[in-house]
Design a binder for this molecule. Sequence first.
Ligand SMILES: [Zn+2]
Length: 279
Amino acid sequence: MILAIFALFCVSEIVVFPSQQDIYLEAIDVDANDRLIFYSPHENEAVVNDYVKSHIEASPARYFVLRQAGNRHIHLVIQDQVFEVDPNRIFTICGAEGSVRDLNDAADIDQDLMASAVDRAVELGQFILNQFGPVSSETVWIALHNNTDGYEDDGREGEGTVSIDRYQMRLDFGASFLISVFKSHADEDDLFWTTKTEDHDWLGWHGYNSVLQNPDVAVIEDEDDGSLSVFAEMRKVRYLNIEAERFNPESGKGVDHTFTQMHMLQAMIEMLGEQEWWH
Ligand SMILES: [Zn+2]
């Protein structure tokens, strides 16, 4: 009976970002020695969140959701000035600087305030990494994202930049951030992003769309976008990102690929040899 009651609890806590207290991490099932770190950086990409939460109890995994006001971007407030930043661009100084400058019109903004916003963004990245805990050769960072239907300029009124078709095209045209693409019969928007050849091969052989990041992104200056995948490469952490299409309420396009993303997650758990606690 006690166990049954305990199982109803989702052991979730709020970890507030000290420098700006409306930003926080929802932290689920944080135990010592967790090897698998699930992370949802974009608050409006939540198709598979409940599924992850329902499976993570009694596991060697923890799950973090970055939260503020439900949007894709985080808003940093520096002396009454609001700066937008992409929370998946804040894990390096270079990335944070690029994101703050791209998303905020530099022309009419005080440069000192801009520099403070970059500092705040880097601090937020450090805060998140501290919650992930120390890394070892066993650590796996698993990012969960959702993207929109198709991609911009695909001739079919697609949106965004994530699509296995687009990545194949980027590879064909010599982009340096990726070195291999497996395109399966799955929807172009449902794909894995990987940093280990073995993972990429396994997923490709099992019929999934998969992209293998170029390990050199860790040292190519132009590829330092401050994303978790690039930072993982710098720290030599095994990284996986599971991307699936979602409905975009702003455009009315796309469909939540909930079951697909659940199946992709199950497959990844099997690949990691962690099925015993994932039922
Ligand atoms: Zn995302």
